[in-house]
Design a protein around this ligand. Structure first.
Ligand code: ATR
Length: 283
């Protein structure tokens, strides 16, 4: 729809930002919900981040998403970071309060769990150990979400063991660390396997993973969404495991920000998925 002088404003700050899918998905919601609002890409260089962020409330913005490379910087730059953001160590969503103060949160864990709820309704985190491959920013959000959802054990497996140990030390609870070479054995008795590494992504090295030890009723999730059907998901389905792709995490993590800025709760629909997939196909 055409926006008016009263349009609500939000956007995504990144560097570069041209490949962000957020304008497409928020734009789809604005359009389908008929909201007088705009969600724009904001290319912001790292040196300018703090200044631009501080100016947003003065320009009437209701908030922004922040993406690479600003997520960790944003944690220190907001007036208040909530508990999920502090535990993950990164902010992906900022809301401008009525007083102009900035609150930062991290909705990646929410997006991760909502995606599993959607794609595998019968699965529950509390039913058994989870195996998480990777120890980057995405892994942190996934591990926090799994702990909060009641996973009895989270087995963290990373090529660089020290990064996994850091997460275990920071988050405590049921997190244990396994060596990358022992990733196949780590699957014994597991209820969930999640890949948070970049392996298997278009243009990256493949993920080699022997699934023989994975119980037949375990769920497999890849947070890679390009390609949508990764080799890991295909191998899981081939042996009868339920598998959920990574696109839903991206779509669901966007919901809390949209609702805070634009005042309506958006839905993740097949239409939205198709729209975002069509955009992905153009890159
Ligand atoms: P993000 O913050 O988006 O999760 P990241 O910090 O670059 O991204 O993390 C990428 C993850 O993929 C890491 O766990 C990385 O392992 P290291 O911590 O050892 O670097 C993992 N990864 C990338 N390439 C890999 C490879 N060839 N083999 C095994 N793991 C790999």
């Amino acid at each position: 729809m055409t926006i008016t002088g009263r349009a609500r404003l939000a956007g995504v700050m990144g560097w570069p930002v041209a490949h962000s899918l957020s304008p497409v998905l928020h734009g789809h919601w604005l359009e389908t919900l008929g909201i007088d609002g705009a969600y724009v890409p904001l290319p912001v260089a790292p040196d300018d981040f703090a200044q631009v962020l501080a100016a947003l409330p003065r320009m009437g913005f209701r908030g922004v998403n922040v993406t690479v490379p600003h997520k960790e910087t944003a944690l220190a730059a907001v007036d208040h970071a909530d508990a999920p953001a502090r535990r993950v160590g990164a902010v992906n969503t900022i809301v401008v309060g009525d007083d102009g103060r900035l609150t930062g949160t991290n909705t990646d864990g929410f997006g991760f769990l909502e995606n599993l709820k959607d794609g595998a309704p019968g699965w529950t985190a509390a039913a058994g150990p989870a195996v998480v491959l990777g120890a980057g920013g995405a892994a942190r959000a996934v591990v926090v979400a799994l702990i909060d959802a009641g996973a009895p054990e989270v087995r963290l497996v990373n090529r660089t063991r020290a990064r996994a140990e850091r997460i275990a030390a920071d988050l405590g609870g049921p997190v244990t660390v396994r060596d990358w070479d022992e990733r196949a054995a780590a699957l014994g008795g597991a209820n969930l396997l999640v890949n948070t590494t970049t392996l298997g992504m278009t243009g990256k090295a493949p993920l080699t993973m022997d699934l023989a030890a994975l119980p037949g009723d375990a769920l497999v999730n890849d947070i890679v969404y390009a390609p949508l059907e990764t080799d890991l998901l295909a191998a899981a389905r081939a042996r009868g495991n339920a598998a959920v792709d990574g696109l839903g995490m991206l779509l669901h993590q966007a919901r809390p920000g949209f609702e805070a800025w634009f005042g309506q709760a958006p839905k993740v629909t097949a239409g939205l998925r198709d729209r975002v997939l069509a955009r992905l196909g153009q890159d």
